[in-house]
Design a protein around this ligand. Structure first.
Ligand code: UTP
Length: 298
C-alpha cells in the first residue's frame, strides 16, 4: 500500500486572476471548503498517511488551513459549535503534513522534483492541488491506481478521463497500446493535440502514481518555450525507455473538477453547492429564480 502523496500547489494560477493575485487558487472555495481540503480528504480516504505540499510564495494560507488555531478553537468551544470543531479538526484525518517550497514556478515537473527527499526510494502518489475527483471528492481511483502499480510492477500509473474529441487540444492525451479498457498500458502521451492528431480522447486527469525513477527522467527534461519543466515530458521518457506506464480510467461518478479556469470553477462551485446537504435545496430555488429572470430579460 502506498502511503505517501505529493500535492503540488506552487503554480501562479494566472488563468484565475484577479482572484489569485494574493491567494492560492487551491484555497478558493468550492461550496463550503477550499479545493485543497477536498484533495487531502480524498487522499486520506485512499489510504494516504503523509502528504507533502510543494508550495511557493503567497501560499502560506494552505499551511495555516491545516494547522491548529488555538484562538479559533477556544472561540468555537465557548460557543459550543461542536460540528465546526469536528470539521476543522484535521488531526482526526490521521495524516501527517509536510511542506517544501518550489523556488520559482518552473512547471509541474520541477515541482515534483522538489519531493525527491520526501519520497526517498518509495513509490508515491501525486494529486494536483487544483483538481477534485468526484462530487465531494468521493473517488477511490487512487486506491485502484496503487493496486495496479503494485500488481503490474509499473513505473507510473495515470488517471485518465474521457473528454469530447473536439476538446483534446486542452489536455495531455494518452495513446493506449491496445484498445482502451478500464486499465491499459500507454505507449505515448501527447500534450494538447489538435483533434485530428489526438491518439485517443482520454485525457490525463490530475492523479498519478510514480516510482522514484521519475526523478531521473525529470532531470533529463529540457525546459519548454516558457522555461517550464513539464511532467508529461518525463512520463514520455518512461514510455520511450520501455518502462511500464499504465492508465486507469475514472468512473463516471469520479469526474474531474479542474479548477484551473473560470468556466470550470463556476461549474464546479454550482454543482457542489446544489449538492450541499444543508443549503443545496434553497440554492436550487435561488438558481431557478435567477435563470427564469435571465430568460425573461434575454
Ligand atoms: P497548472 O498547470 O494549472 O498551472 O498547475 P498554474 O501555473 O497553477 O496555473 P496557470 O496556468 O498560471 O493558470 C496544475 C497544478 O500544478 C501546480 C499548481 O499549483 C496546480 O495545483 N504547479 C504548477 C506547481 O506546483 N508548480 C508549477 O510550477 C506549476
Amino acid at each position: 500500500m502506498i502511503k505517501s502523496a505529493v500535492v503540488p500547489v506552487a503554480g501562479q494560477g494566472t488563468r484565475l486572476l484577479p482572484a489569485t493575485k494574493s491567494q492560492p487558487k487551491e484555497m478558493l472555495p468550492v461550496a463550503r471548503k477550499p479545493i485543497v481540503q477536498y484533495v487531502v480528504e480524498e487522499l486520506v480516504a485512499n489510504g494516504v498517511e503523509q502528504v507533502l505540499f510543494v508550495t511557493g510564495r503567497n501560499k502560506t494560507s494552505i499551511e495555516n488551513h491545516f494547522d491548529h488555531d488555538p484562538e479559533l478553537f477556544r472561540a468555537l468551544s465557548q460557543a459550543n459549535k461542536q460540528d465546526l470543531l469536528q470539521e476543522l479538526d484535521f488531526r482526526a484525518l490521521q495524516a501527517k503534513f509536510f511542506y517544501t517550497r518550489q523556488r520559482l514556478p518552473k512547471g509541474l515537473g520541477d515541482a515534483i522534483l522538489c519531493a525527491e527527499n520526501f519520497a526517498g526510494e518509495q513509490p508515491f502518489v501525486v494529486a494536483l492541488g487544483d483538481s477534485i475527483l468526484g462530487l465531494h471528492a468521493c473517488s477511490r481511483a487512487v486506491s485502484r491506481m496503487t493496486e495496479i502499480f503494485e500488481e503490474r510492477r509499473a513505473s507510473c500509473v495515470i488517471a485518465v478521463e474521457e473528454v469530447p474529441p473536439e476538446e483534446t487540444r486542452h489536455y495531455g492525451i494518452v495513446q493506449p497500446e491496445n484498445g482502451p479498457e478500464d486499465c491499459f498500458r500507454i505507449v505515448n502521451l501527447i500534450e494538447k493535440p489538435e483533434p485530428g492528431r489526438a491518439p485517443s480522447n482520454l485525457a490525463i486527469a490530475g492523479r498519478y502514481v510514480f516510482s522514484p525513477l521519475i526523478f531521473d527522467m525529470i532531470r533529463r527534461v529540457q525546459p519548454d518555450k516558457r522555461g517550464e519543466i513539464q511532467l508529461t515530458d518525463a512520463i514520455q521518457m518512461l514510455c520511450e525507455e520501455g518502462r511500464r506506464v499504465m492508465a486507469v480510467r475514472l468512473a463516471a461518478e469520479e469526474k474531474r473538477y479542474d479548477i484551473g479556469n473560470f468556466p470550470s470553477y463556476f461549474e464546479s462551485f454550482v454543482e457542489f453547492a446544489l449538492a450541499d446537504p444543508v443549503y443545496g435545496q434553497e440554492f436550487r430555488h435561488v438558481l431557478e429564480r435567477l435563470l427564469a429572470k435571465a430568460a425573461v430579460a434575454s
